[in-house]
Design a protein around this ligand. Structure first.
Ligand SMILES: Nc1nc2c(ncn2[C@@H]2O[C@H](COP(=O)(O)OP(=O)(O)OP(=O)(O)O)[C@@H](O)[C@H]2O)c(=O)[nH]1
Ligand SMILES: [Mg+2]
Length: 288
């Protein structure tokens, strides 16, 4: 039965205490009709501190908020067009132990989902490895449950903190955290030795991308219907921009790609699936 609840998320703050949320695994919907299909859903996943909540606030309000680590999970509905269509984002906090995330994933109907997976590009190589492991775990876990991933966007966030000379961080007066020349990337031979410094920045991205593809091959995982590395936005030089939830650069592009990718992935999956497989056993239409 559709009902509204009072909670403390951003939507409720903006909407007089009312919002559509999953609480304790049960669907609470503000749809006008309880028979209307639920809005497409996207999981926001990634290690703690990678920028998931910051993204959520950005797309919800257009503003940057300095947020605290997420306990358990947060659910927000975000408008995608003037017709009033929405996406429901579910952020699973990265500080929790994996079994909490597992429980959350288990509570969702999983026939087809979309995921934005956040990676902090300034992480140390060890932390990046942990992020890859988590990403591979998420892909293999969803596939082991017979669920296809309609869209997977890997968001390489915090590019404002990379520090090639003359690029974004310096122009904006942001204190760079990673000096690419000195610290990053050391992933051994994968980075061409004689490269110009500015090119090394995009090498970081290439390295991340290659690692993910290799791991998927190693574990024999199927490709998601749509897979984007939100990395092409990383341009260097005087007009360089990056993906940064802090500065807001690339946020619209991430969102736009997600919306288009979810639609394309869903259509691709529908063509492939035999009739009738778009419904769960409980008769709930799974969308997005
Ligand atoms: N410089 C910079 N800081 C960012 C960016 N995105 C997020 N942050 C900061 O990184 C910290 C962690 O961001 P969150 O959005 O809480 O990260 P999260 O992935 O939701 O973390 P958990 O909820 O613990 O899983 C916050 O202090 C943010 O302000 C970015 O693009 N650039
Ligand atoms: Mg969070």
């Amino acid at each position: 039965m559709a009902r509204k609840v009072r909670c403390t998320c951003v939507t409720s703050t903006l909407n007089h205490g009312l919002c559509p949320c999953f609480r304790d695994g049960s669907l609470v919907s503000s749809s006008p009709s309880e028979h209307a299909p639920p809005p497409p859903r996207c999981l926001l996943l990634g290690l703690s501190g990678s920028g998931k909540t910051t993204f959520l606030y950005r797309v919800k309000t257009g503003e940057f908020f300095d947020v605290k680590p997420t306990n358990n999970f947060v659910v927000e509905e975000v408008l995608i067009n003037k017709k009033g269509d929405t996406i429901t984002f579910s952020e699973v906090g990265g500080t929790n132990r994996r079994n909490i995330r597992l429980q959350f994933l288990q509570s969702l109907p999983l026939l087809g989902i979309s995921i934005l997976f956040f990676i902090d590009v300034t992480s140390s190589p060890d932390a990046l490895r942990a992020a890859f492991e988590e990403l591979i775990y998420v892909i293999s876990y969803t596939q082991s449950r017979g669920c296809s991933i309609h869209y997977l966007g890997v968001v390489l966030n915090k590019q404002d903190l990379l520090d090639p000379p003359g690029t974004y961080a310096k122009r904006k007066g942001i204190e760079p955290r990673v000096d690419l020349e000195k610290e990053w990337p050391s992933p051994e031979s994968s980075i061409g030795k004689g490269e110009e410094l500015l090119e090394r920045q995009s090498s970081v991205v290439k390295w991340i991308k290659r690692e993910v593809y290799e791991a998927m091959e190693q574990y024999k995982l199927s490709q998601p219907e749509q897979l984007h590395f939100i990395s092409e936005l990383l341009h260097t030089g005087p007009d360089g921009r990056g993906v940064s939830m802090k500065t807001g650069d690339g946020v619209q592009e991430v969102f736009g790609r997600l919306v288009a990718g979810m639609k394309a992935g869903r259509e691709k999956a529908a063509k492939r699936a035999p009739l009738g497989l778009s419904k769960t056993a409980a008769g709930v239409k799974v969308d997005g």
